[in-house]
Design a protein around this ligand. Sequence first.
Ligand code: TYD
Ligand code: MG
Length: 459
Amino acid sequence: MAKEKTLFTCSACGGTSPRWLGKCPSCGAWNTLVETVAEAAPGNNRYSTASFAGLAQAQAVQPLAAIEARDFARTASGLEELDRVLGGGIVEGGVVLIGGDPGIGKSTLLLQALDALQRTGLPTLYVTGEESGAQVALRARRLGLEHSPVQVLAEIQLEKILATMDSHQPAVVVIDSIQTVYSDQLSSAPGSVAQVRECAAHLTRAAKSSGMAVVLVGHVTKEGALAGPRVLEHMVDTVLYFEGDTHSPFRLVRAIKNRFGAVNEIGVFAMTERGLKGVSNPSAIFLSQHSTPVPGSCVLVTLEGTRPLLVEIQALVDSGGPSPRRLSVGLDRDRLAMLLAVLHRHAGVACADQDVFVNAVGGVRISEPASDLAVLLAITSSLRGKALPKGFFAFGEVGLAGEVRPAPRGQERLREAAKLGFSVAVVPKANAPKKPIEGLTIHAVERVEEALEVVHGLG
Ligand code: TYD
Ligand code: MG
């Protein structure tokens, strides 16, 4: 295929330059020029291949009420936890981006999913760019899938991948990973922003026009974002992220965008000798086992998707230098700074000269504000060197005025904790149950000061 002309486009202002420059000649921003294929004359759009020609013709306009609402055709993969995050299964023509740290289990999960799908009769294609066919076969053997009917293609050139998809007509295609694929229309290296964007755009279009479901595996940068431009997330229908500590066997797959289902649903897996196994009752997996309660630890009941999870929040408050540090793992750092200010202003507890570290155990990321109260109680527990009582937990949002706000679905959280043997709780007043819950002593509070007093009184 003849090389198309390329030019360099500024990702900040859209200005162009025929050569790569460190500084955009139009807006002066640094390091924003990205190689793109030059658009030829209008009407000669590089995407308007024969199969898309129909797009250019005027289409009939019809009233919304006249359009039949159809559910998307979905196929359950049979991996229940994966189907749960996807909103019920793989959608025909849908594009899924799945990101996560290296070694967390992306390839393992997708190979297992393809095997299950192929066994239900759907033709599949696993395109591997990261590993050779032999390496994939080795993984399959570890997984006990050595006789798997999954079709494997070891290829990284986009045009060849598209041609194979066209000739084999699989129903589900996995591209592992999008960073290894390159198009010969661009001269930049595989994995560059330009290549990732161009290849993802072509694959997305192929999915939409053929009805194949495409799953793109994406790498995550050190900062935790999917490598490549954010535009990748906008282009696809569903974005899933793998979370979890590689040292623990548990893995969370979270939907952060889903055009075909609920977001913030999670799937929970355990990495075993024979691959990833779904954990259908995950509420207690993020609790660490202390034989006696330790200072600086508070159990939080958080609600992830449709299921409550109990997560241990740990805090360490230690005398700091001239500019004390505030660090958080798995929790929002700005929110931590805010909580420390509230603690100082409304409860008179000062940490201004102290380093404060907080951590959500097990590598989970907690984004819901209902974690505030547990974070505050873990901090004050560490500051005073006094452990919270055995069987204690908390949840509730804390406002800037020092008020404790209710968390959604409080009853469900309380019942789950009681089921796991927890016995004492500090919760927002509005979440206090109308009928007592067996085995549970509940202290309902309206303000931060009140919560600290209650905890103090618990001894
Ligand atoms: P992998 O799926 O290759 O990760 P990714 O594609 O996200 O980079 O996962 C590899 C890790 O999982 C590796 O550290 C070994 C481990 N593993 C198991 O513990 N059990 C298994 O059955 C398999 C296949 C891998
Ligand atoms: Mg991999």
